[in-house]
Write a protein that binds this ligand. Structure first.
Ligand SMILES: Nc1ncnc2c1ncn2[C@@H]1O[C@H](COP(=O)(O)OP(=O)(O)O)[C@@H](O)[C@H]1O
Ligand SMILES: [Mg+2]
Length: 296
């Protein structure tokens, strides 16, 4: 499924991956099979990706429910509001009905290792998001402490790294502290669990939203390969770029083409789509200790 068309439901937003419909006091979030790279959505779906992302998020939401309330109301289509009835078969296995919140405009990133934009900044200024770091770290080094490195959630285009003070200026100091504490707690729990599975959680991003009574809850997706850098412990080597579970195959392929990273993206060959799908499946299998075959 590349895109949903539910003409009798009000579409709130089509994100890069999810189509979100407004059900009044709740939202219907549908994870499609879309995949993006360099913030551009590819024209091919990755079959099964939406189902895997949904199941993995549900897995983590359940595991972390004692740490923080999350937005899930139900993922059982038999319990969906009656307006969803015409679309049940398309919704099964790839959607959730969730609490409608006011999303906080901060992406809550936690980093345990030096990678991506963090590694880029470190090479230039020995800091990550303005936080000073010691000399001598190399690409993919474990950081001396966990870092909370918020980003401003851009409506379109690239998210922009900001300092903690800038985040506090946006959402208020108390809320920024709450977001930092929750994010660090969630990362610590998840990285310990992942380690037991032979996986390093290098970094991850959480989103939070505010309920009408002011409660802050965990929203969006949680600890999926789209929102996290997962590395196999057995292949981890400091001082080089690691192979990620998510889009590495895709990015590597795109680098072999002449595409200039502006839309539209070139079509993807079938064997690349299959390889990407296998990566998502593998992440699911290892983390849930089950087989994605059972949910696809
Ligand atoms: N419980 C919620 N309440 C309100 N908005 C939500 C909730 N959960 C997720 N969202 C929003 O729905 C969208 C999910 O679609 P997604 O494809 O992930 O978008 P994006 O391209 O911004 O990553 C995001 O904008 C996210 O902030
Ligand atoms: Mg998203």
């Amino acid at each position: 499924m590349y895109q949903t068309e539910f003409p009798t439901l009000p579409l709130l937003r089509r994100g890069k991956v999810r189509d979100v419909y407004d059900l009044g006091s709740s939202l219907l979030m549908v994870a499609t099979d879309r995949i993006s790279a360099f913030d551009v959505i590819m024209s091919n779906p990755i079959e099964g990706k939406g189902a895997i992302l949904t199941a993995l998020s549900l897995f983590w939401f359940e595991k972390t429910a004692d740490l923080i309330e999350n937005h899930v109301i139900t993922a059982n289509v038999d319990e969906y509001p009656i307006e969803c009835a015409p679309y049940i078969e398309q919704l099964r296995g790839r959607s959730m009905v969730v609490k409608k919140t006011k999303p906080l405009p901060i992406e809550c990133v936690v980093r345990g290792y030096l990678a991506g934009s963090g590694w880029k900044e470190y090479q230039q200024s020995r800091s990550v998001c303005g936080i000073p770091l010691p000399e001598g770290l190399v690409e993919s080094s474990q950081l001396p402490n966990l870092l909370f490195t918020p980003a401003h959630k851009a409506e379109t285009g690239h998210d922009e790294n900001i300092t903690f003070e800038e985040a506090a200026a946006t959402v208020g100091h108390d809320i920024a502290e709450t977001l930092r504490n929750l994010s660090l707690k969630l990362y610590s729990y998840a990285s310990e669990y992942a380690a037991e599975c032979g996986i390093i959680l290098a970094d991850t991003k959480f989103e939070f939203g505010t309920m009408p009574d002011g409660r802050i809850i965990l929203i969006d997706e949680a600890l999926t390969p789209d929102s996290s850098r997962y590395w196999l412990r057995s292949e981890y080597q400091e001082g080089k770029t690691q192979v990620n579970f998510d889009k590495q195959v895709l990015r590597d392929y795109l680098e072999t083409t002449v595409w200039d990273k502006n839309p539209p993206a070139p079509p993807l060959p079938d064997d690349i789509c299959v390889k990407i799908r296998e990566k998502y499946q593998l992440a699911y299998d290892i983390l849930t200790k089950t087989s994605a075959e059972t949910i696809l």
